[in-house]
Design a protein around this ligand. Structure first.
Ligand SMILES: [Zn+2]
Length: 256
């Protein structure tokens, strides 16, 4: 017969095992530098605007991201600020999607400045800014350190390289990088979103636009560029392109 004492000890043992596993996990190199809140507050406008609990959630997700993804310098020194800005760029687009995981990303290579991609160029992007790997470089993202920092230092343009590259990854998660992130966009809106991208690209080509013309390259680039605009200058996008704004709110679940 199982006594109360036996249950007591069994429970204690389970708790000890859990504590032990948790402790060994915590012994891995700590991901966040001491002044990380300060850095986020100084450079990440999205974080600045969050309330207390929102900031806490953001910090937690930054930490989770940094413990899951390897960031390696390729002729560049990876500084704490670079790691934090990359993580911020990863979290911003999916902040409203609580259980999001970048399952298609294992490593990020940080390059110092412009790089020449001699390997598979299929996913290459504004050559100096960054790219999402394909083929042998599957699950790898390349980011240019200078562009990464510019994206956060300059808050007034609608550009952010890290956000741009992570949006490509989100788009790619359903198997195709085609500007339609089917993993987060409800099926009933897919056709409307595709038509909206196509008509905006046509209008950009015919009349020019306040949207970066790089977005007129194809649907995938349009989605990445308009998402940068959405997260960097939401107020402006809402005024200038209410239809696109509304659709992006739907995609990123940011409607209130
Ligand atoms: Zn791109």
């Amino acid at each position: 017969m199982v006594t109360v004492l036996q249950i007591f000890f069994a429970t204690g043992l389970v708790v000890l095992i859990i504590l032990f596993v948790f402790r060994t996990k915590r012994d891995e190199p700590l991901s966040l530098p001491e002044n990380y809140k300060e850095v986020l507050n100084d450079y990440v406008k999205f974080y600045q605007r969050l309330d207390g609990p929102g900031k806490e959630t953001f910090e937690k997700r930054v930490e989770e991201f940094l413990s899951a993804v390897q960031i390696t310098g390729a002729n560049a020194v990876v500084e704490d600020i670079d790691r934090l800005l990359i993580a911020a760029g990863a979290i911003i687009p999916v902040f409203a999607i609580a259980d999001w995981q970048y399952i298609n990303l294992h490593e990020i290579l940080l390059y110092p400045g412009s790089f020449n991609a001699d390997f598979d160029q299929a996913g290459s992007d504004r050559p100096i800014a960054g790219m999402v790997g394909t083929g042998a470089m599957q699950n790898v993202m390349i980011i240019n350190k200078w562009q990464l920092r510019q994206g956060f230092i300059n808050n007034h343009d609608a550009h952010n390289t890290a956000i741009h590259e992570f949006v490509h990854l989100i788009d790619k998660m359903d198997g195709t990088m085609d500007g339609v992130p089917e993993i987060i966009l409800e099926r009933k809106y897919v056709e409307r979103w595709r038509n909206m991208m196509e008509s905006t690209i046509q209008s950009m080509k015919n009349h020019g636009s306040d949207i970066d013309m790089y977005g007129a390259t194809n649907h995938a680039e349009f989605f990445a560029v308009i998402s940068e605009y959405f997260f960097e200058r939401p107020d402006l996008l809402k005024v200038n392109h209410p239809g696109l704004y509304e659709m992006l709110e739907r995609i990123y679940k940011t409607e209130r």
